[in-house]
Design a protein around this ligand. Structure first.
Ligand code: C5P
Length: 258
């Protein structure tokens, strides 16, 4: 395994986002393992990483994580953990044992929770694991009124900035953000931050319930390292062809953005 020294001094495996395919994270949003295997079979290795979320993980637990291994892909475990530091730390340790490469936690879980999560991931990497904690800041389903109801007076964008700064301070180096937040976060956090953006729609695709969308190339131009795509691939007539189209767009955009 290649290791690089990151700015916070912790060693990390080489970035999986070195190619267009590597930058494409497929959201495996299906209710059963059987459906997961069907869609993965039809993808024939055209994506760079698998995102397993709450639906499959609550349904099947570690069996869902095995899907990534079966297909030789890194695992992005999107569990959005938010609990007391001890509980989250222990869950991070278990995620590392499952071989996950990325695991999401809520930045609003607070400083001590973030510190514990980062520490447990670093411990796992020190013994050969690959796990990196990814912070989710403000869910895109929340608006300013929702924040006010929670006693947070600032605008969502300012809350994203504040929470990402807190997470960065505690050693988090990877973030989920909307393509529209990516450029501001890139400027604020610099080149060492890993920015992962959902809300992606290839040109001509159905937007569905995503409100603020971007194309794959637009996300990279905004500063994203990787994109999460679910339905446009899952529901395509030919998922492999759709994934290839997205990868080609990412490759072309990477050449331009460098
Ligand atoms: O199907 P679609 O491409 O919209 O899938 C998006 C994926 O990204 C889903 O798994 C969803 O949970 C996730 N996501 C999102 N918006 C966020 C965070 C995560 O759509 N703000």
């Amino acid at each position: 395994m290649l290791l690089g020294l990151s700015p916070d001094g912790a060693s990390r495996p080489a970035s999986p986002f070195a190619s267009g395919r590597g930058r494409l994270i497929f959201a495996l949003d299906v209710p059963t393992l059987q459906e997961a295997r069907t869609v993965l079979g039809s993808l024939r290795g055209e994506v760079g990483m698998l995102k397993v979320g709450l639906e499959l993980f609550v349904g099947y637990g570690p069996e869902a994580a095995v899907l990534a291994k079966e297909h030789g892909l890194p695992l992005f475990l999107d569990l959005k953990l938010h609990d007391i530091p001890e509980t989250v730390g222990r869950a991070v340790g278990r995620a590392a044992m499952l071989g996950a490469r990325y695991l999401t936690v809520h930045a609003c879980g607070g400083r001590a929770m973030l510190r514990q999560a980062v520490a447990r991931a670093a411990e796992a990497r020190a013994v050969g694991g690959q796990l990196e904690v990814v912070a989710v800041t403000v869910l895109t389903s929340l608006d300013g009124d929702d924040l006010v109801e929670q006693g947070i007076a600032r605008e969502p964008a300012a809350q994203v900035t504040a929470l990402s700064a807190l997470a960065w301070d505690e050693g988090v180096r990877a973030f989920v953000c909307s393509p529209h937040e990516a450029s501001a976060l890139r400027v604020r956090l610099g080149p060492a931050a890993i920015l992962i953006t959902p809300g992606i729609r290839p040109t001509g695709a159905t937007i569905g319930d995503q409100k603020r969308v971007s194309t794959p190339a637009g996300a990279l131009r905004a500063g994203a390292d990787a994109i999460v795509v679910g339905r446009p691939i899952r529901d395509a007539k030919d998922p492999a062809e759709m994934a290839r189209r997205i990868v080609a767009e990412l490759d072309a955009a990477s050449e331009v953005t460098g």
